[in-house]
Write a protein that binds this ligand. Structure first.
Ligand code: HEC
Ligand code: HEC
Length: 367
């Protein structure tokens, strides 16, 4: 039987790099503290897909978008003749062509919306400059990103399903094997690379791997750099630090709304079962400081979300809010009561940066 070389090495490398990166991107969503790694992997997917788009324009036979079968009449004809064993396509069949284009478009949207969500919500990465303008809508961008990421999985299932169906219908074509060694058992003209295409492939594939290595190994590179300000409270307000950081974590003023601070400071003699009374001058100065830097004055994710959860709630404890409970629901009671943590209110046991006024995902300690 005749063989035809369909998928040249760069196309296959793209395919397998893409598989590895998408799986890695998905695994990296498992823990919040891996968010920066997720951002690096997502950005690398962006670089890889840029190469695939260039490859689709200047690449070899069968990999070029011009060789995809993107007409609805071809798709209809293909689906109607699906069971006809003599009906075969060397490159992407019409159904696969549509799925490929949908996957590439969805990945582009997933990467872009991810960069937007990361920039706007976390104040990090290449689009962090949009944070100030759009932080009120941070949750919407996160949801848009999740939508495209989920849509991508639907398309991946469609793609793998299509390959498996093809395997059943055309056992001897080697469609599945062709993405490993490039060859299908068919008659046709083989793909070949010009020197120009080879140069583009080396830059595209090599560049993707170099980008990943650089972004993973260089802390604070532009792809993950964060712009939330760290605050040295001991320098700015030593009284606040001495009086409010002695029994427990120094809670940043930006974590609670004005109303809660006023209420809490109005009843210090009866403070969660302790007497935290202060002399009136200190009490007034700390209250003024808390009010001037309350959650309402901050554009950080923790403040925006905390504030939202306090709406119409008369509370003074963060740990009692629905937002806090939801974010910590996967942490077991044993961890909270362990010698190391002791209390839910002991934020600094897990959030290494909380006393500098931020709660970054990357600063969450492994517990
Ligand atoms: C004498 C010790 C003491 C001092 C001083 C003290 N606190 Fe507390 N505070 C506590 C205890 C005990 C709790 C309950 C902690 C727990 O649930 O484990 C608490 C809880 C809190 C909480 C709620 C945390 C949660 O569960 O979300 C806030 C907010 C708080 N304190 C703010 C302050 C502020 C502001 C000051 C300074 C004016 C202050 N505290 C000073 C003992 C103290
Ligand atoms: C036992 C460890 C632990 C303690 C104690 C703890 N947290 Fe957390 N917190 C976590 C973990 C883990 C996450 C990430 C959860 C996830 O994966 O969704 C988290 C997430 C958060 C988030 C969301 C961060 C983001 O960017 O998505 C906020 C805000 C937060 N914690 C605030 C607090 C505050 C305030 C306290 C103290 C009152 C506190 N936490 C105490 C472990 C802890």
């Amino acid at each position: 039987m005749k063989r035809v070389y369909v998928w040249t090495l760069p196309t296959r490398l793209f395919h397998w790099l893409f598989v590895v990166l998408i799986v890695a991107a998905w695994i990296s969503t498992e823990e919040d503290r891996w968010l920066n790694i997720h951002a690096v992997i997502g950005s690398t997917v962006g670089v890889l897909v840029m190469f695939r788009i260039v490859w689709g324009i200047i690449g070899p036979r069968y990999s070029r978008f011009g060789d995809f079968h993107l007409s609805f009449s071809a798709l209809k004809e293909y689906l109607l003749s699906l069971l006809n064993p003599s009906r075969r396509t060397i490159g992407h069949n019409p159904a696969a062509s549509f799925v490929m284009i949908a996957m590439l478009s969805t990945v582009v949207l997933a990467v872009f919306s991810g960069m937007l969500a990361y920039g706007i919500q976390e104040n990090r990465g290449l689009l962090a400059s949009l944070h100030t303008g759009f932080f009120q809508d941070m949750e919407m961008f996160e949801e848009i990103h999740e939508f495209f990421a989920n849509l991508l999985w639907v398309l991946i299932v469609a793609h793998v399903g299509g390959v498996l169906v093809d395997r059943l219908l055309h056992k001897n074509d080697r469609t599945l094997n062709s993405i490993i060694d490039g060859y299908k058992n068919m008659e046709g003209e083989s793909a070949a690379l010009s020197w120009f295409q080879k140069v583009v492939a080396i830059i595209g594939v090599g560049g993707t791997i170099a980008f990943l290595a650089y972004a993973l190994s260089t802390p604070n590179n532009p792809v993950v750099a964060g712009y939330n300000e760290k605050i040295d409270y001991a320098k700015i307000n030593p009284v606040f630090v001495n009086e409010c950081g002695s029994c427990h974590t120094l809670y940043p003023p930006t974590l609670l709304p004005k109303e809660s601070w006023a209420k809490l400071m109005g009843d210090l003699s009866n403070h969660f079962g302790d007497d935290a009374s202060l002399d009136p001058a200190d009490q007034q100065s700390i209250l003024a400081y808390l009010l001037a830097h309350s959650a309402e004055t901050s554009d950080q994710e923790m403040s925006v979300k905390m504030l939202k959860t306090f709406q119409n709630r008369d509370m003074i404890a963060m740990t009692q809010t629905p937002f806090w409970k939801k974010r910590h629901k996967d942490i077991s009671e044993e961890i909270f009561t362990s010698d190391h943590v002791k209390s839910r209110a002991n934020c600094k046991a897990c959030h290494s940066d909380v006393e500098q006024g931020t709660i970054e995902d990357s600063a969450i300690k492994a517990i």
